[in-house]
Design a protein around this ligand. Structure first.
Ligand code: PGA
Length: 252
């Protein structure tokens, strides 16, 4: 049985003062799903420290370098994230693929470096509206995941989560229907299964794209949807707690 995972993606938002309040309210709530709070680099130690005493929640980064520590000005290595108490790291978010030119090869190298060092990557994949309309959703996702399958061994894949985030649903208010999400999640699981049946049953596949308190339960109730990656709605701690509680309910 896969434990449900809900990850907050704060993106480039937050301040020490507003984070403190968010973390105070969150740590006082009752959530039993596993939770990753993915914050900007400069706030990771704050988030990790605040979540240290909780049972299921830990800090996550939104990116890392594919390289070892050394001469890479402005980059952050896996070792440094671990040193801050970080457990999770988002790789290949569509904003990084489209705005910062991250290829699927780079994303796979980042995922492999993260997992080898004991971080748990959340590997994002997803099609644009144009690609969906052309009937290319599965081809796009297959191509995005192929280098990950080459770079990670089966036991490493089981430690990763895959986030299906249709680009047309991110930050748009337009959520994939539960049936659309389930169809793609099942297809991703069958790709995993062709690569390694053990990993297929263990790897969590979470959905991201305009998840909010009103649609979370239906999405998380789908058999191959193992939780969510939450952007905009994670900035409100009450909305995020409500989404986590939907994940708790869907898991029961
Ligand atoms: P959203 O973002 O929930 O605001 O659509 C999700 C994401 O980008 O991870």
């Amino acid at each position: 049985m896969r434990a449900t995972l809900v990850a907050a993606n704060w993106k480039m938002n937050g301040s020490f003062a507003s984070n403190r309040e968010w973390l105070r309210v969150f740590t006082a709530s009752t959530v039993s799903s596993e939770v990753a709070v993915c914050a900007p680099y400069v706030y990771l130690a704050q988030v990790a420290d605040a979540l240290r005493g909780t049972r299921h929640a830990s800090a996550g980064a939104q990116n890392l370098s594919a390289e070892a520590p050394g001469t890479a000005t402005g980059e952050i290595a896996a070792e440094m994230l671990l040193d801050c108490g970080v457990r999770w790291v988002i790789v290949g978010h569509s904003e990084r693929r489209s705005r910062y030119g991250e290829s699927s090869g780079i994303v796979a190298a980042k995922a492999a470096r993260a997992v080898v060092h004991g971080l748990k990557p959340i590997i994002c994949v997803g099609e644009t509206l144009h690609e969906r309309e052309q009937g290319r959703t599965l081809a796009v996702i297959t191509a995005q995941l192929a280098p990950v399958f080459d770079a990670c061994a089966a036991d490493e894949l089981a430690a990763c989560a895959i986030a299906y985030e249709p680009v047309w649903a991110i930050g748009t208010g337009q959520t994939a229907t539960p049936a659309q999400a389930q169809e793609v999640h099942a297809a991703i699981r069958s790709l995993l299964s062709r690569h390694d049946p053990g990993a297929a049953s263990q790897t969590r596949i979470v959905y991201g794209g305009s998840v909010k308190p009103s649609n979370a339960l239906e999405l998380f109730a789908q058999p191959d949807v193992d939780g969510g990656l939450i952007g905009g709605a994670s900035l409100s701690v009450t909305d995020f707690i409500s989404i986590c509680q939907s994940a708790d309910r869907a898991a029961n």
